[in-house]
Write a protein that binds this ligand. Structure first.
Ligand SMILES: [Zn+2]
Length: 243
């Protein structure tokens, strides 16, 4: 499928429309799985469980099958979540989370309302808060950095000092430090991940390193700027980090 001929506007509109259809289809599939489950129809096909049917007959991965089965059974018990799955405000991940964290049906029902519209990460944070658990932090790093981090922990190195040093060498020019203090987050999308400095007027066109010409952008927004200006070819993937 080649979509290169689409305008940016059409591409965005089509993507949104397809995702809407995907959510509606997902809800339909869950209703069907619930019914197959109720009739134990997988047994007719010589599968010992709905899970076997989902992975071997339907070709879902184990984790995809697991999430769908949990959601299909939640749907059987709490039909009121169907429109939320259909509209995409309740995801398979948050449904599975609520089911695994709460045993009491009344609590589950209440939580399905509370986590509506939340990402899995935000739902985890909310549940931690409700259950009065210590806060957990998710930090994304590449494998090399992770190994280094583990080594430093084992050696008992003060991580605060390392971070301070990394910042010092990276932001050694006074203007960049000032820009970072001023902007703090991506000036396009508000992300705090993979931040970079962007020259509003490119260096090649005479742009300088003064704070007025510098701003903080995340990697994806910086790349988008290049693609929109025709300086970078589109393709490949941007950052997966959420804001
Ligand atoms: Zn950004």
């Amino acid at each position: 499928m080649n979509l290169k001929h689409l305008t940016d506007q059409t591409l965005l509109a089509d993507t949104k429309s397809l995702v809407r259809q995907e959510h509606a289809l997902l809800a339909k599939i869950l209703w069907h799985l619930k019914e197959v489950d109720g009739r134990r129809l997988y047994s007719e096909l010589k599968y010992g469980s709905l899970f076997d049917y989902c992975t071997k007959e339907l070709g879902y991965s184990e984790s995809s099958a697991q999430r769908r089965i949990i959601a299909a059974r939640a749907l059987a018990q709490f039909p009121e979540i169907a429109p939320k799955i259909e509209s995409g405000t309740l995801t398979l991940a948050t449904v599975a989370l609520v089911v695994s964290e709460f045993k009491d049906p009344a609590e589950k029902r209440e939580m399905f309302i509370k986590v509506e519209g939340l990402s899995r990460t935000k739902a985890v944070a909310l549940i931690d808060e409700i259950k009065d658990r210590p806060k957990t932090y998710t930090v994304t790093m590449d494998e090399e950095t992770f190994k280094l981090w583990q080594e430093m922990q084992q050696l008992g190195i003060d991580l605060k000092k390392v971070v301070a040093q990394a910042k010092k060498t990276k932001l050694n020019t006074p203007s960049k430090r000032a820009v970072f203090q001023r902007d703090q987050v991506c000036q396009q999308c508000g992300s705090i991940h993979r931040l970079e400095f962007d020259h509003r007027k490119p260096k090649g066109l005479g742009g300088d390193n003064t704070p007025a010409n510098l701003r903080v952008l995340c990697r994806s927004c910086n790349q988008r700027k290049g693609i929109a200006a025709g300086l970078i070819r589109s393709g490949g993937g941007g950052a997966l980090n959420r804001k």
